[in-house]
Write a protein that binds this ligand. Structure first.
Ligand code: THU
Length: 160
């Protein structure tokens, strides 16, 4: 028997420790929460991605009365970015969320499993890691890549 341990390296930064670019992405993700369509959960999530061409693209969760037909902010944003610029790698992704009271969450918002899988596909597609920023008013988590958030992932090699 062997034991395999996978750990994740997370940096936690306070708002005043963010550099200009990081602050720009946080602001963009926060602003995107105000354009969410979340009449059912009233939980508004915004995402901002920085592309290698310097463009920042934002998106948010889009809900549906047939609940599973809705889509999370991360996937809305990545699918839009990749559909607009199919050849441009994604460098960074930041998410922020407002709770049912309309307040930004204190704890960093954590992406769901399906969004992690899509982030991972985007990394593999371009062969470059995506730096992930998870915003909360108490601080922002930084991880170096989507694969850190999804250890032991299903990937295309599994299909071979
Ligand atoms: N949601 C996101 O957009 N991203 C996440 O990382 C977690 C959850 C959305 C889905 C749904 O519209 C609402 O938040 C409540 O789950």
């Amino acid at each position: 028997m062997k034991e395999i341990v996978k750990s994740v390296h997370i940096i936690l930064k306070e708002e005043n420790e963010l550099n200009e670019l990081e602050q720009q992405l946080v602001t963009a993700a926060k602003e995107a929460t105000f354009r969410s369509y979340a009449p059912y959960s009233k939980f508004c999530v915004g995402a901002a991605v920085l592309l290698e061409n310097g463009e920042v693209i934002t998106g948010n969760n889009q809900e549906n009365c047939a609940y599973p037909s809705g889509l999370c902010a991360e996937r809305t944003t990545l699918f839009y970015a990749n559909s607009k610029y199919p050849d441009v790698p994604v460098r960074m992704l930041c998410i922020a969320a407002r709770d049912t009271k309309g307040e930004f969450t204190n704890s960093p918002i954590s992406p769901c499993g399906a969004c992690r899988q899509v982030m991972l596909e985007t990394e593999h597609r371009f062969g470059k890691p995506i730096k992930i920023m998870l915003y909360g008013t108490d601080g922002t988590y930084f991880v170096d890549s989507a694969s850190d958030l999804l250890p032991v992932a299903f990937d295309s090699n599994s299909l071979l």
